[in-house]
Design a protein around this ligand. Sequence first.
Ligand SMILES: [Zn+2]
Length: 125
Amino acid sequence: MSDIKNSGFFNQFVKAARSTTSTVSKKTGEFVEATKIKVAIADCENEIDALYIDIGKLVYQAFSDNTEPSETINEKCAQISEKLLQKDELKAKLATVKDTVFCSSCGASNQAGSQFCSSCGSKLQ
Ligand SMILES: [Zn+2]
C-alpha cells in the first residue's frame, strides 16, 4: 500500500521535474537563438561601418590626388545596400523568435501568449 503511494508521489515528482527542465531548456533555446541573431546583426553593423570608412578613404584619396573617385566606391556602396538588407532580415527574424513560443510536446511554433498549441493542442507554458 505504502509502496504504491510512494511511487505515485515519486512519479509526480519526476513529472514536475521533467516539465520544469523542458521549460528551462525551451527558454534557453530561444535565448541562444536570439543571441545568435543579435551577434549577426552586430557583425553586419561592423561590416557596414568598415565599408563607410573605406569609401571615405577612397573619396579623400581622389580629392588629394585630384582624380575621379575610383569605381571601387560603387562596389562598396552596393555592398552596404546588401548589408543593410541583410540587417533588416535579421531584425525581422529576431522579432519572430521573440514573439514565438515553441510547443514542448511537438516543437511547433506558436504566437506568444497562446494558451494551447495550434498543432497538437498541448497546453503551452
Ligand atoms: Zn504541440
